[in-house]
Design a protein around this ligand. Structure first.
Ligand SMILES: Cc1cc2nc3c(=O)[nH]c(=O)nc-3n(C[C@H](O)[C@H](O)[C@H](O)COP(=O)(O)O)c2cc1C
Length: 182
């Protein structure tokens, strides 16, 4: 197995983080990898909001939690912080008018999760980015950042140093995942 495939196969969603900042250079490498994701007709419909500011990170976490609890649900493991203590949140949005926006944005998310893992960092896709930017406060955040009301949230890629006991064993792949036609 080459290093790239090994990196893909060993990546895991990390749901427990150390209280340790991520160096800016590493965040820059991760977002750069995100921007090199393929996109429908190369329209590059996605954008990334790279959040390392604690106040903004906590604000996004609170909105996300409100969406979960507003549905009468709980976050995974009943955690009060849907971002599991990760210090960095890379929010992917994509242009509403582009038909491939969800695919485009999802590829950005995956590139960033793989890049984070390759750099020794943990990451996880945290959902409800779409709903976040449909709330009044979410729209206000976009206005504050000077982002026009043309974007739909796709996903939140949280990043940080995994806690020592963060990972459970990898779940086996289902038997019928691949249908060969030889
Ligand atoms: C579209 C999508 C949405 C997800 N949303 C959440 C989420 O909101 N919270 C969470 O803890 N994990 C979320 N995950 C992570 C999954 O729980 C995780 O990918 C899955 O359990 C498989 O684990 P693995 O990534 O370690 O293989 C999401 C993953 C995807 C692809």
């Amino acid at each position: 197995m080459n290093e790239t495939i090994k990196n893909i196969v060993t990546r895991r969603s990390v749901k427990k983080y150390q209280d340790k900042a991520v160096p800016t250079e590493l965040v820059e490498e991760i977002v750069k990898a995100g921007t090199f994701a393929p996109s429908g007709m190369n329209k590059q419909s996605a954008i990334i909001i790279a959040v390392t500011n604690k106040e903004m990170r906590d604000r996004l976490s609170r909105i996300n939690l409100d969406i979960v609890t507003g549905r009468g649900l709980k976050t995974s493991s009943g955690h009060s912080d849907p971002f599991y203590g990760a210090p960095v949140v890379l929010v992917v949005l994509a242009k509403k008018e582009i038909g491939t926006r969800v695919y485009d944005g999802s590829l950005v998310m995956e590139n960033m999760m793989i890049a984070a893992h390759s750099l020794g960092l943990g990451s996880c896709w945290i959902h409800r980015a779409k709903e976040t930017f449909e709330t009044e406060e979410g729209k206000q955040i976009l206005r504050e950042l000077g982002i026009p009301d043309e974007y739909e949230g796709i996903g939140n890629c949280i990043v940080g140093y995994a806690a020592d006991d963060a990972l459970k064993p990898q779940v086996a792949r289902k038997d019928d995942y691949i249908k060969w036609v030889k």
